[in-house]
Design a protein around this ligand. Structure first.
Ligand SMILES: [Zn+2]
Length: 353
C-alpha cells in the first residue's frame, strides 16, 4: 500500500537486492490508453475488466490530477512479489505499480501522479482508490497528519480527512494542495501549505473535522468515479400504487470488459442503478447460482460523511423497506468460486419515507 519514491527505493534496494538487480518486469499482455498491463500469467487468465476498467480508472485519475503519466501495472504472483515490492499487497514505484491482486485502484491512484507529502498521499489514495476497511486511528489525527512515516492503521482516518477537505473546499483545491507539497516536504511546510490554500491552520481544520464531520466508513465517502458513471442497469420505478417490481440478471463472464479479476478465482464487477424519487424499496441482490463466496457492496454515489450515507457490505443483500434517496447507486458484486455465474437484482417500490 506504500508509495515508494527514489530515496526509499535506494534504501530498500541496498537491503534487498540493489536496484540494478531487480528482475525484469513481467511481459505486457495489454496496452491501453493509460495503462500497460503486465503479468507472467497467460493473458486469458486475466478477466477483461482488469484491463479495461483499470484503464478507465487511470484515465479518470489522470484528468482529476492533471497529469499525463501512464502506469505500468504489474500483477505479480505471491512467490515473486517481494522481488518487486517492499510493501504488502501493493506498491507504486514512480509510475510502476505492483500488486498481488489483478487490480488495485489504490495503487493506481499513487501511480498516475508525483507523490505528495505521505499522509496526504495515502489519504488521497484511499479516497480515490479505496484500500482501507478501517476508520480507526491509534493516535490523534493531527499527529497522524504530520507524520511522514505513515502507519497503515491511519489510512482510513486519513482518507476520511481527505473526504472532509473535498466536502469543504472541493476536489480540485485538495489536488492543488497535494501539488504544493511533494513527498519530501517537511511537516511545517505541509502546515504552511494548508494555511495558505485554505486560509485556516491545519490544527483548526482538524478540530472542525473531529467535532463536526460524522464518522462513516470508507465505502460511504470514497470517490468511485468513473464507475458511478456507468449506464444504470435499471431505473427504479417511482413508489406509488401498483408500482411494479423490476428485475435484472447480470453475469460475470471473464471476457466481458466489465468483469474484474481472474478466470480461475475471484471475479467482480461494478454496476449501477438509478433512483428517480426518494422512497421505500424492497431490494434483493443474490448470487445465481448461490455462492458462499459472494459479496455485495452497495453505496450511494457522490456522498460524503455529511450526507445521510447509505452503504452496505454483505454476503447477499435482501432487505425490505430500505429508504433510498434520489440518485445513483453503485454495486460492486464479487464471487470467488471461479464460475461465470452472476447475480440477480430486483427492486419493488413500496412507499414513501
Ligand atoms: Zn498507499
Amino acid at each position: 500500500m506504500g508509495s515508494v519514491k527514489p530515496g526509499l527505493i535506494a534504501v530498500v534496494g541496498l537491503i534487498l537486492l540493489g536496484c540494478e538487480d531487480r528482475p525484469p518486469l513481467p511481459p505486457v499482455v495489454f496496452e491501453g490508453e493509460h495503462i500497460r498491463y503486465r503479468t507472467f500469467e497467460p493473458e486469458d487468465e486475466v478477466c477483461a475488466g482488469s484491463f479495461f476498467m483499470q484503464d478507465a480508472k487511470a484515465g479518470y485519475l489522470k484528468d482529476v490530477f492533471g497529469t499525463e503519466t501512464n502506469v505500468d501495472f504489474s500483477w505479480v504472483p505471491d512467490d515473486r512479489y517481494f522481488d518487486y515490492c517492499p510493501a504488502p499487497s501493493g506498491c507504486a514505484i514512480e509510475s510502476e505499480v505492483f500488486a498481488l491482486r489483478p487490480f488495485n485502484e489504490h495503487e493506481l491512484a499513487h501511480g498516475v501522479r508525483e507523490s505528495a507529502f505521505p499522509p496526504l498521499e495515502e489519504g488521497l489514495a484511499v479516497y480515490f482508490g479505496g484500500g482501507s476497511a478501517r476508520d480507526v486511528a491509534p493516535m490523534g489525527t493531527l499527529e497522524a497528519l504530520l507524520q511522514p512515516d505513515v502507519d497503515v492503521d491511519d489510512y482510513g482516518r486519513l482518507g476520511r480527512f481527505v473526504s472532509y477537505l473535498v466536502a469543504e473546499f472541493g476536489v480540485f483545491e485538495v489536488v492543488a494542495l497535494a501539488d504544493d507539497v511533494p513527498r519530501g516536504a517537511r511537516p511545517e511546510e505541509f502546515e504552511a501549505a494548508v494555511d495558505s490554500r485554505f486560509g485556516a491552520p491545519l490544527a483548526a481544520l482538524v478540530a472542525d473535522f473531529e467535532d463536526g464531520y460524522p464518522e462513516c466508513q470508507p465505502i460511504s465517502y470514497r470517490h468511485d468515479q468513473p464507475f458511478c458513471d456507468l449506464t444504470p442497469i435499471l431505473t427504479l420505478p417511482v413508489p406509488g400504487v401498483d408500482a411494479p417490481t423490476v428485475e435484472q440478471e447480470f453475469s460475470l463472464r471473464c471476457d466481458d470488459e466489465g468483469t474484474l479479476g481472474t478466470r480461475s478465482a475471484d471475479r467482480s464487477r461494478y454496476e449501477t442503478f438509478a433512483v428517480q424519487d426518494r422512497g421505500l424499496y424492497n431490494l434483493t441482490i443474490m448470487a445465481t447460482p448461490a455462492s458462499s463466496g459472494s459479496l455485495v457492496v452497495l453505496e450511494q454515489c457522490g456522498t460524503s460523511c455529511f450526507d445521510e450515507v447509505f452503504s452496505s457490505v454483505q454476503e447477499f443483500y435482501d432487505h425490505e423497506s430500505v429508504c433510498l434517496d434520489e440518485g445513483t447507486y453503485l454495486m460492486r458484486i464479487k464471487r470467488d468460486d471461479g464460475s461465470a455465474g452472476g447475480f440477480n437484482f430486483s427492486a419493488t417500490p413500496v412507499g414513501l419515507c
